[in-house]
Write a protein that binds this ligand. Sequence first.
Ligand SMILES: Cc1cc2nc3c(=O)[nH]c(=O)nc-3n(C[C@H](O)[C@H](O)[C@H](O)COP(=O)(O)OP(=O)(O)OC[C@H]3O[C@@H](n4cnc5c(N)ncnc54)[C@H](O)[C@@H]3O)c2cc1C
Length: 479
Amino acid sequence: MTATEKNTDPAAAKAAETLVIGAGASGLAAAWELARTGHAVTVLEQRPTPGGNIQSQREDGWQIEIGPNTLMVKPPLYELLCELDLDGEAVFAGAAGKKRYIAKGGRTLALPTHPLNAPFNPIIGLGSWGKILREPWVKPPKGHQEESLAAFVERRLGRNILDYLVDPFVSGVYAGDPRRLSVKAAMPKLHALEREHGSLIRGGLAAMRQARQRAKAGTEKMPSDWRGKLISFPQGIQTLTDRLAEHIDAQPNAAIHCDHAIQSVRPHGGGWQVEDARGEIWQARHLVLATPAHVSAKLLAPLDPMLAEPLDEIVYPPVAAVALGFPPGLIAHPLDGFGVLIPRREQRRSLGALFSSTLFSDRAPEGHKLITAFIGGRQDPDAFEMSDEEMARQVVNDLGGLLGIEGPPVWQRVNRWPKAIPQYELGHLARVERLDQALSHHPGLSLIGNWRDGIAVGDCLENGRALAKRILGTETASH
Ligand SMILES: Cc1cc2nc3c(=O)[nH]c(=O)nc-3n(C[C@H](O)[C@H](O)[C@H](O)COP(=O)(O)OP(=O)(O)OC[C@H]3O[C@@H](n4cnc5c(N)ncnc54)[C@H](O)[C@@H]3O)c2cc1C
């Protein structure tokens, strides 16, 4: 049966093998993996369109992202793009995308793009080198106490690297606070370098050697010119989730229903039942909640507080994305890079800004520049109390001197995320373990989302598919 011939009778759709609640990257990836194998899956989404955080908009010639701006390509993402026939449509961030600026002392300084240039880089500073050169001999801490990212970096590489590299990087990814984030939960690869190699430098060199060997042996499942690239699509990242949703909907046993906010969940007849805001009831053997942690907590609280409590403890600070459009000749800086990150020590409120019209073509009207700045986050939630106008003015103030902005933007949009990005803070892994233990008492119920095992879109897609494979595995085992 094709998508158009498909039985769209709601009564038929209401009984699926699996119900997925939430059509963000996590839920869509799980649904796609199930649907492509013929499994009957229904996705219920509260918003009018699928995609979750992924929302791209075009307005008056400005192409903006409300949520994520770039996707980092790894083999599983490349594989998915090929399945969706999207590999030919992806656009790569230009070569300038590799250049990243950090604000220091009121100027923008480029990070070294090659390790050999690092010794003379003013961001790292000569004072850091004594500590960096001793790093291979720094002993891991005794005992099993969980360490914050800040404590880990300061112990191994010193305060300057924490303040001018790690703090701004963490602002860019998590809008987080390195003193609160757990190194093991938030940066598991960094943590593993110390555990497996006794040193970040030794481990980093070993990882580079392995990557070169894989590339040489041709064992990587994607063309070498895609490796580590940042991509988007001409109409923005939403192309990916739109296409994923279309492919799911085109499967005979699968459907996505938007504008269906789920309000309650309960076990029912060996499976699960959910009720939406219209009073419609849906049921299935498997239930996947792919909603933010605080939403899943609310849905599960009446069923089992042991499930709801750890979910409810995960903090989501507010972040606003401020898109600013400038006419030709108003910015002195060449904007020849990915963007600029602003360390907290520089005492500006903005977390940093992406040079959006440099990263991808056709993001701004001819000759104009589009910059996307971020403000708020775990270290400055009060920034959210500003009005849109105040926020845009604050961002222009923060960036003005750094980028040589000589006049006001001709176009601006402020997009607010009151609960933006889940923080993997100290205690996160123990929380997730408690949750998994409680979950073992509720067969057929699964929880996914960016609040565990990685917040990048690519992580959510991989984790969604992995969960679907586990569901399909239990199906095969029970037949
Ligand atoms: C401002 C910002 C910038 C980011 N930048 C990047 C970036 O550049 N690169 C990157 O890789 N990642 C980035 N991220 C992170 C990334 O966007 C997210 O981690 C990822 O998209 C989350 O996907 P998800 O499916 O887990 O959750 P979500 O996208 O939150 O999806 C959850 C879905 O559940 C739905 N839902 C909620 N409640 C209900 C209910 N009761 N009933 C039915 N449906 C419900 C929601 O409407 C939503 O569609 C960014 C995030 C933000 C906020």
